[in-house]
Ligand binder design. Structure first.
Ligand SMILES: C[S@@+](CC[C@H](N)C(=O)[O-])C[C@H]1O[C@@H](n2cnc3c(N)ncnc32)[C@H](O)[C@@H]1O
Length: 229
């Protein structure tokens, strides 16, 4: 994917000037946690990425972790899981590093660019959970093609997720919800786990509010859980 197309898809990489402490975390902690991409066609060696052996409870991926509070909460609650978080917005990455340092978790790896580069480099059937929480809604019809939830992304996730693995999506955008239902819930590789509206209107207890949900939410949020068939 060429660089200009990737920039259009994932938006800005920097916001306001980082504080000295944030800059220092980017320089000292990030290099220890950064996930490196192998030279194609090699795939990411997940055992090596997580310190020499595969995490005993599997590997989870969060796409667009924002400031990382959900990622780090999951890492704390699930110490046997290895979590990979992808986020190109460096101010968010710096906040996530501060959460990681405060929580003292060692089971998180970060990729500070477009998640699709990681998705292209992960081995098939390597993920047991994937989160895409409040992805940028791109509400204008002419921008819908920029949405992260697309047939192409879901086909790739279908390959990366093991049978029974869970995909969690959230949105507060009234036009993204039917789009997610159409593209994800009706995708042949995924089964939507909702049985009644309460199942997608109420946030599950093992799903803490993200920063976006706590501060910027516009409409009523929806929480979609799907299972890889
Ligand atoms: C609306 S914010 C939500 C952030 C977070 N999930 C939350 O709920 O607080 C969407 C995030 O997705 C990130 N993002 C957009 N495109 C991405 C991509 N291709 N790969 C990884 N992250 C992406 C953006 O930088 C932004 O931080």
């Amino acid at each position: 994917m060429d660089e200009s197309r990737r920039r259009t898809l994932h938006g800005r990489r920097r916001g306001k000037k980082l504080r000295a402490g944030q800059q220092s975390l980017l320089e000292t902690l990030l290099p220890r946690l950064a996930l490196a991409l192998p030279v194609e066609p090699a795939k990411i060696d997940l055992a090596q990425a997580f310190g020499g052996s595969l995490p005993r409870d599997g590997v989870w991926l969060e796409i667009g972790f924002g400031a990382g509070e959900h990622l780090v909460w999951q890492a704390e609650q699930n110490p046997g899981v290895g979590l990979i978080g992808c986020e190109p917005y460096l101010n968010g990455v710096a906040k996530c590093l501060a959460h990681i340092e405060r929580a003292g978790v060692t089971n998180v790896r970060l990729f500070t660019d477009d998640a699709r580069l990681v998705m292209a480099a992960l081995p098939s059937r390597s993920l047991s959970r994937v989160f895409m929480l409040f992805p940028d809604p791109w509400p204008k019809t002419r921008h819908h093609k920029r949405r992260l939830v697309q047939r192409e992304t879901l086909d790739r996730l279908a390959d990366l997720m093991m049978p029974g693995a869970e995909l969690r999506l959230a949105t507060d955008d009234p036009s993204y919800l039917p789009w997610m239902v159409e593209h994800a819930c009706q995708h042949p590789a995924f089964e939507w786990l909702a049985e009644r509206p309460a199942d997608w209107r109420a946030r599950p207890s093992d799903w803490p509010p993200t920063r976006y949900e706590a501060k910027e939410i516009a409409g009523q949020p929806a929480f979609l859980r799907l299972r890889r068939r």
